[in-house]
Each structure stands twice: as C-alpha cells, then as structure tokens.
Design a protein around this ligand. Structure first.
Ligand SMILES: [Zn+2]
Length: 259
C-alpha cells in the first residue's frame, strides 16, 4: 500500500474527475490520500471530499502562504472551527514562500505562526510549504521547538539543502518528496532524499502540480505517487515494496496516531 501524503484533490483540474482519479489511485496501490487545503473555503471542500471517500481520503484544513493575503475576515476562525472535526488529520498547508510575492512576508509569518499555535492546541501535525525561505522556516520552527519541544509536522515537496533537512529532522519533523525527485536536473533533491532517516521519509504527489517523469508538465494525480516512490526506492537501494510500506507506516504514525 502507498500513501500520497499531499494531494490537492479540490483543485479544479481534479475535483470534477474524482471518481476516475481515485479509481486509478487504488489501481496503482494507493491506499490513503491526504487531501491538503489551501484556503478556508478549500478546507471545507477537503472535508467534504473526505466525507465522500472516507476509506481513502483524509483532509487537512489551513491557508497556504500564497493565499493568506486574500483571506477574508473570519477565514481563520473558520479554519480553527473546522480543525476540531475529528476527521481532520493535519493543519495546512502553511509555511513561507519567497519565490512568489502574493502575500507580504510578514503576513505569511503571522499565518505560519497561527498554524503552529493551532497545532500545539489540537495535537494535529502541520504540513509545511517552504520555497526559497529555508532559513526563515527553520527560524520559526526553532522558536516553536524551543518553547514547546519536538514539532509534529512535515516539510512537504522538499527541495532544500541537507543542512535544512538535518536541522528540521532534529526538531522532530518528517520530510516528504514529490515528483521533482524524478527530474534529470534534481541531483540535489535525490542526494537529500538518500540521507533522510528511514523513519522520517514520506512521499507525495502535490497534485495537480509536479507530475513525475514521464508525465512531467501534465496534470498530476495520486496514482503517479507510485513513480515517485519507485524512484525514491532506487535512490535508497531498496525494492519498491519495502519503500512503499515503509513510507506508509511513517505516514500512519504522523497523520493517524493511535492515541
Ligand atoms: Zn501543496
């Protein structure tokens, strides 16, 4: 069984085709999909999709850093209220992004801090987006870690340095890899992916974005997580089945802890 730990099933490119998309995921061996929210409205939608496919899909709620600027009054209260739903397995995606300039950086920091605080209050892990902001993400996680101890969460679609990964692993975080690991030029991503400890490794699609080779440039979907996982297995010298069950066990520990 495979777990796609990061899928935007409510994106317009996937939402209308979900029966087919999810059938293909099951056929590819995907047993669980974390449906990741990007806005308050999308959070409610992720919960609705999870309600339609409770055996396969588990939702997060949160506001993506690139969407924080467009959040309306009351959106955060809505996320907080939705986070109390027992079906919700994580918060986010949140984090920091210096590549795009959709949200002023101090506003991104404010929203990231809110998610970290909500994670401590609910006990649910955080899904973290980090783009060209490694030092800033590490600084904010460090502040949270210094006050409260190990951080439950994942650096998703990781493409940063080993130094960043190592610092975040030491604070308790998991590291997840997407289709980029299959791209010819991504030697740096493969190098980091080869070094993450086995018990902290996750795989994802980040669909509809970042489709792995040979689907690069096309609409990505959860079934393609098998290609990313197979490449990760190759990088780590494992047979694919071992890698599949290893990463699914890690996902279960992070997102579905037995209390
Ligand atoms: Zn995402």
């Amino acid at each position: 069984m495979l777990t796609d730990t990061h899928a935007h099933l409510c994106d317009e490119r996937l939402r209308g085709q979900l029966p087919g998309v999810l059938d293909r995921a099951r056929a590819a061996g995907v047993g669980r999909i974390i449906c990741v929210a990007t806005t308050a409205a999308d959070s409610a939608e992720c919960l609705a999709v999870a309600g339609e496919y409770p055996d396969l899909v588990a939702p997060t709620v949160g506001v993506h850093p690139n969407h924080a600027a467009e959040a309306a009054d009351g959106d955060w209260d809505r996320v907080v209220a939705l986070a109390a739903d027992p079906a919700v397995v994580a918060l986010g995606e949140t984090g920091l992004d210096r590549h795009w300039d959709f949200t002023p950086f101090d506003v991104q920091e404010d929203w990231f801090a809110r998610h970290l605080t909500l994670s401590r209050a609910t006990g649910k892990p955080v899904v973290i987006h980090c783009r060209e902001a490694d030092a800033d993400v590490e600084r904010m996680l460090r502040a949270d870690f210094d006050r409260h101890g190990p951080v439950r969460g994942v650096l998703h679609s990781f493409c940063g340095s080993w130094a960043t990964a190592e610092a975040c692993l030491a604070m308790g975080l998991y590291v997840s890899f997407a289709g980029m690991i299959t791209y010819k030029t991504a030697d740096n991503v493969r190098e980091v992916a080869g070094r993450v400890p086995s018990d902290r490794l996750l795989v994802e699609t980040d669909c509809p974005f970042l489709a792995p080779v040979p689907f690069r440039g096309k609409t990505n979907e959860p079934a393609h997580v098998a290609l990313t996982a197979a490449e990760l297995a190759r990088v780590r010298g494992l047979d694919p089945d071992s890698l599949f069950s290893l990463t699914s066990a890690n996902a279960a520990r992070l997102f579905f802890p037995v209390s």
